[in-house]
Design a protein around this ligand. Structure first.
Ligand code: ATP
Length: 319
């Protein structure tokens, strides 16, 4: 392997830059040239690429976001777009690709592998932690820390005014950010898309709510839920409550990565290069029991489940 292409895709997440630095460093040590494609699959289609130098990248290891920019690409969903991307790889003599992104990005690589047989390696980069084959995705820890910091502040006000606060956190269809940020801030109720029971717990608690204390609900964004719906259900039961909604939205995506995410990015970046050197293809680097390991894209794109221990915690603290 002489020339690797790298890109970030889907939503940005803190730790992506650390992974890019590690890829550049490890490739340099192994005499491999690296080029970065800009804006995910869009850059691959348009041949928009920049050379990678580790001494430049080490300056941005601590920064959130991704210096390669990221995008969602409608064109790559079409065969025509993927054929253009293949031409870009051939024209630039790229013999392997590393992608940092979420499950959609790996679905894209699976589709691409039908017409392109160079090795692809994935690194899970999303704040949602919703990818099979890894306990942690890059950016999740930072996003939870940001959420906690903000919820702590909201709690101070909730307690001073005896208000109900509903805080909506990110995570798309995954409740991981809500579970972690809700449990660790002492939320009275946590609602996640994967569970149906938590709504009942919430409503039971609200029935006994006496307007004389703070009441914190952490709810995950998601098709079925959302802060507005929760607020209207609470109001149906108790119309007198002093209730406020806060959506943390994109503040959770930005900011400098935590120590955990920087280290995870560095470890996964190096592992991605090593996997290529070992001849691996179409696999994602993941971490379980603090050990890095590889999982095929076919497994990775299967539906991700919240683990049982977390469900049990939700149930215990929901009572
Ligand atoms: P995040 O979890 O942060 O949203 P993601 O990687 O899941 O990240 P998506 O928008 O779902 O984000 O996917 C990124 C891109 O991957 C899409 O914009 C699209 O270009 C490509 N992609 C996704 N699914 C497919 C597919 N089945 N075939 C081809 N390309 C795909």
């Amino acid at each position: 392997i002489k020339h690797i292409g790298v890109f970030t895709s889907g939503g940005d997440s803190p730790g992506m830059n650390a992974a890019l630095y590690a890829i550049a460093k490890s490739a340099e040590v192994n005499d491999i040239k690296v080029s970065g494609f800009l804006k995910g699959y869009e850059g691959l289609i348009d041949g928009d690429l920049i050379p990678f130098k580790s001494h430049e990248l080490k300056k941005i290891t601590q920064k959130g976001g991704t210096i390669l920019k990221t995008a969602r690409s409608k064109r790559f969903l079409e065969l025509e777009g993927r054929k253009k991307a293949l031409q870009t790889l051939k024209a630039n003599k790229i013999d392997a690709l590393i992608a940092i992104g979420g499950d959609g990005t790996f679905r894209g690589l699976l589709a691409f592998s039908e017409i392109c047989d160079i090795p692809f390696i994935g690194i899970p980069g999303t704040i949602d932690n919703d990818i099979s084959g890894t306990d942690y995705t890059l950016g999740f820890d930072s996003a939870v820390n940001t959420a906690i910091e903000n919820i702590d502040k909201i709690k101070d006000t909730a307690e001073s005014h005896n208000r109900i606060f509903i805080v909506e956190v990110m995570g798309r269809d995954s409740g991981y950010i809500a579970i972690h940020s809700g449990l660790t801030t002492g939320a009275d109720a946590i609602l996640i898309p994967e569970s149906g029971k938590d709504f009942i717990y919430l409503l039971n608690k609200v029935k006994n709510y006496n307007n004389e204390e703070a009441f914190l609900v952490v709810v995950s964004e998601g098709d079925e839920l959302g802060a507005e719906l929760v607020a209207s259900k609470i109001k149906e039961i108790n119309s007198d409550v002093d209730l406020r909604i806060t959506r943390l939205v994109h503040v959770q995506r930005g900011g400098n990565p935590s120590a955990f995410d920087r280290m995870l990015g560095i470890r996964m970046g190096v592992a991605a290069i090593e996997s290529l050197l070992q001849g691996k293809k179409n696999v994602m680097v993941g971490i379980s029991h603090n050990q890095l390991h590889l999982t095929s894209f076919k497994e990775v794109v299967k539906q991700h489940q919240v683990n049982n221990e977390l469900y049990e915690l939700l149930e215990l603290f929901g009572k």
